[in-house]
Structures are given as structure tokens and as C-alpha cells.
Design a binder for this molecule. Sequence first.
Ligand code: SF4
Ligand code: SF4
Length: 379
Amino acid sequence: MSAPFHSDDVARQLDYCSYCPKMCRHACPVSTASGRETWIPQAKMDRLNWLRRGQLPWTTENTDPLWACTGCRHCTSYCDHGNEPGLVLLAGRAAAVARGVGHPALEGYGDRFRARDERLVARAHEAFDADRFAEDGQVGFWPGCDAVDKGAADVAAALAVFDKVGLGHVRLVDAPQSCAGYPLLAAGYPDLFRWHAGKVAASLRRFKTVVINCSACLYTLRAQYPAEGVSLPTEILSLAELMAQASAQIPRPTTRKTVYYHDPCHHARYTQVIEPPRRVLEQVADVRELAWSKGDTECCGGAGLLPKTMPTTADAMARRRLAEVAAQGGGMVVTSCATCTFMLRRNAPAGVEVADLPTAVAELTGTPFMLPALADDEP
Ligand code: SF4
Ligand code: SF4
């Protein structure tokens, strides 16, 4: 969970990183993909420490490194102190925004977030029949904002697979929100996040279980809501976990394809959703591991609002992730997060197909699903 910027814990982590011989520098996909030394974890934490101690003024230029992070937690995996640059830098962003120094690309982000959320609620109702929705129930499927925005076909595939494997009772969550609010935290708006989280919790608590296909918002719902004092007794599952519960009902194809699996970092290093998607995939294909996988997965560039603040670097991270597959002659890469799917898909080289988990299962089992007819509004 994120700590208040002025806490002793944040100060301790910043001091340790400032004097560290850069033990985790190899692990940061942002600095590796960009080639920028000022974006290695040690340098980002050192910069924030200078700002915290008042040795540098809070300006747009000085705070730039705080935004060069997806919160992927790979650095933490290599830190003997268990330091959390991905979370401390979020606290630093909030401190910057509080001083009127947000990232220029995120100006007015609170209003933009609210407008997008409203637009996506309407888009979900445009895409799917009314009888697919419910305001309460045993299991609600709340796909996540990027799923509705960029992956409505993947949501349709999930609904088709539900029908096929005995999960036809799962309804789409009918709520006035489409996002659990992780982007507000990433943008440095913790107060707006708390306000939004309270509203989401009021909508979701009418379900016994809610299933989400966004790895960052899975972590947000499970960890950041309680950390911010927002009570949500509903069980929160990832889509991969729900599908794994029904994996025995997924028909095994007679001919099996080999597929790669990309672990979303918020699954692999925050919520430990590592085995369930593999259990699903192994039912329909032979799973081949990427060189960096499971707890050592490499970020696709989609988190931390990097696609908005540093889009060139974010896309370079996704291309790095898929280069290994292209070098092996291409093939299908499956993941289980709408944001990862979107980032990898839009950067896939020739010969590499990227599929979200339900779409891969639908394709590999010959399960037909309707492509929602939607106006292609905002990118
Ligand atoms: S996170 Fe750990 S390993 Fe990385 S710079 Fe900080 S102290 Fe060093
Ligand atoms: S959390 Fe990930 S992106 Fe952020 S500094 Fe650490 S390794 Fe880099």
C-alpha cells in the first residue's frame, strides 16, 4: 500500500535508495527501454529525496522522473531492503500535484477521469444486451475501463466462454462507474481516489463476488481500498481466477497450439495471480514461458499512466516484451489484463498475435462470439 509522503517509512526508503549502489538498475523496464540513466529506480528515488528535503524546487522539470514508473515492482524483487519505488513514487506524484506541479499531459485529470468513466458506462450498455446486466447478485463481471474502451470484443468472448463452461449465471455489473480508480492514484489524486472508491464500493457491495479483468484495479480493490479506509466486503477475483475455477469444463481441442503467456506485473508481483491463467490455458494449448515470466515478468508499459505521460517509452516497453516472440518466429501471446492486452496488441510486430485470455479460449475451442458494433470514439 502507498504510504503518506511525509511518513518515516517513505523517508527511510528514499534514504536507502539514495545511497544504494544501484542494485536494481537492470530490473527497471522504463529506464532499460528508454536508455535514460535518470530513470533508473535509484535515480528516481534520489530525485524525490532531493525534493523532499527541499534541496530542489518542485518544478515540472525536476519532477519529471517521478512519472517514469509503471509501478511494476520489479525493482523491489531485487532489493534486499524490500523498498517499494513503485509505491513511493506514487506518493511523490501526489506531493507534486498538491504543490501544483502535476504532469503536463495529465492536466485537469480529475475531470477527464470522470468524463471517461461516464462515457464508458454508456459504452458498455451500448455494446451488450440489457439482460446481460444486473445491479446485484452472486457473481458480477466488471470488466474494467480499458476492457470496455479498447477490448469490448474480449468482453464478448468472456461472456461466450461463461455460457460454454457453466458460468452463464455471471452478469455484467450494472454500476455508474467503470473503473476502480487506479488511474487517479497514478495521476497523483489520492483525495479524488478515496471519493471515487467510496462510490464504487457502494455499487459493488451488492454482489457476493465481483470479477475484474484489470490487474492494477484488482490490486487497487483488494489492497488500496482497505488501506484508504474504504470498506468493501465483496470478494474480488480476477477474470483468470474465475475461469480457472471452471477450467475442467473447458473443452480440450484435438489439435493443440503452442502459446506464450505474459504475466501482468500487478498479477504476478502484487496479487500472485500466476497459476490460474496457466491452468486455463493448459486446458486448450501448450504453454511456453517467456524468458522473463511469473514473479520475474517484465512490464508491458501499460501501467502508471505511462502511455499518457511517456507514450514513446511505453510503446518501446511493449515492443521489447514481444521481441522475444518475434525472434522465435512469432506466435500467439496470451495475457489476462485488458490494459496489457491493449498495449501489447497495438505494438505487436508482424507474425505475433496478442489475445486476452477469454478470447484465446474462445478461439482455441471454436466458441463463437458476437463482435459488439460500437462507434469508435476517443482513442
Ligand atoms: S529499491 Fe533497493 S536495490 Fe533499488 S535502488 Fe532502492 S535500495 Fe537500491
Ligand atoms: S516499479 Fe518498475 S517501473 Fe517503477 S522504478 Fe521499479 S522497476 Fe522501474
